[in-house]
Design a binder for this molecule. Structure first.
Ligand SMILES: Nc1ncnc2c1ncn2[C@@H]1O[C@H](COP(=O)(O)OP(=O)(O)OP(=O)(O)O)[C@@H](O)[C@H]1O
Ligand SMILES: [Mg+2]
Length: 240
């Protein structure tokens, strides 16, 4: 039996009239690379931010690593890593300062040198984060997400805006992390990488979970020759 590390039960979240998340339940197992896909505004970031404890759901429960998020938010925070879609944190801070600052938040930290090597950040340590190109900012924020050696990492569109080489390298890092038995939950708009790298994929449409399965199973439900995740997306995630 695989060990469940994330369990969402009937999560709902509205912003005024907008139902951003409507009754989503799902589980993620230890060691999985779990993808969330869906159109702009479908509710991916809201769902992820609820799991990370950054937004409070209107209804439903979140269990992370066996703890109820409502009861044990600080225990959970120590054990997860977070990369947000938008990071506005670093205005006048250098890469190495950001790493030091983040490691001061946690009881347990991973060797900073190892993370710096893994992400190739050495030449950028003395640069201001805001002056880095988008791809290097992404890598810096992945480094920050790894600083506490988390058991689960949440990555909201980690590869958006990266050049093909940087994207490939980022996936190599994610896969290396998974080989250590860690769990990765991420959102992406790139169907090729979802198909290639994710063990299971949740499709969210207008705040609802419309499918959740292995990419090959999702593709096989299409009943078309040489179907891809892009075909799955067009059929399940788009339209009214
Ligand atoms: N703080 C907020 N206040 C009001 N509405 C919000 C807020 N955050 C999100 N929304 C709305 O909730 C819905 C879901 O947004 P969310 O950011 O979760 O979507 P997403 O799937 O992550 O989209 P994208 O692919 O563009 O990142 C959208 O209609 C959005 O406008
Ligand atoms: Mg988003």
């Amino acid at each position: 039996m695989s060990e469940c590390v994330i369990e969402l039960k009937s999560i709902c979240k509205s912003y005024g009239e907008v139902r951003a998340v409507n009754d989503i339940s799902l589980t993620v197992n230890k060691g999985e690379v779990f993808g969330i896909i869906g159109a702009n505004g479908a509710g991916k970031s809201t769902t992820m931010e609820i799991m990370m404890g950054l937004r409070k759901p209107d209804a439903g429960s979140v269990n992370i690593l066996g703890f109820d998020l409502k009861d044990e938010p600080s225990e959970i925070k120590q054990r997860i890593g977070i990369q947000l879609q938008k990071t506005a944190l670093y205005d006048r801070i250098k890469v190495k300062e950001a790493l030091q600052l983040f490691s001061s938040y946690y009881k347990k930290t991973r060797d900073q040198k190892e993370i710096i090597n893994m992400l190739g950040l050495e030449p950028y340590l003395n640069k201001y984060v805001k002056n880095l190109s988008g791809g290097w900012q992404q890598r810096t924020s992945l480094a920050l997400a790894l600083i506490n050696d988390p058991e689960i990492i949440f990555l909201d569109e980690p590869t958006t805006g990266l050049d093909p080489e940087a994207r490939r390298e980022l996936w190599a890092c994610i896969n290396r992390y998974r080989e250590e038995g860690k769990t990765i939950l991420l959102s992406t708009h790139y169907m090729d990488e979802a198909q290639r790298h994710c063990d299971r994929i949740a499709i969210i449409k207008k705040g609802e979970l419309v499918a959740c399965d292995k990419p090959e199973v999702l593709v096989s439900t299409l009943n078309i020759a040489d179907g891809t995740m892009e075909d799955v997306y067009m059929q399940m995630a788009v339209g009214s």
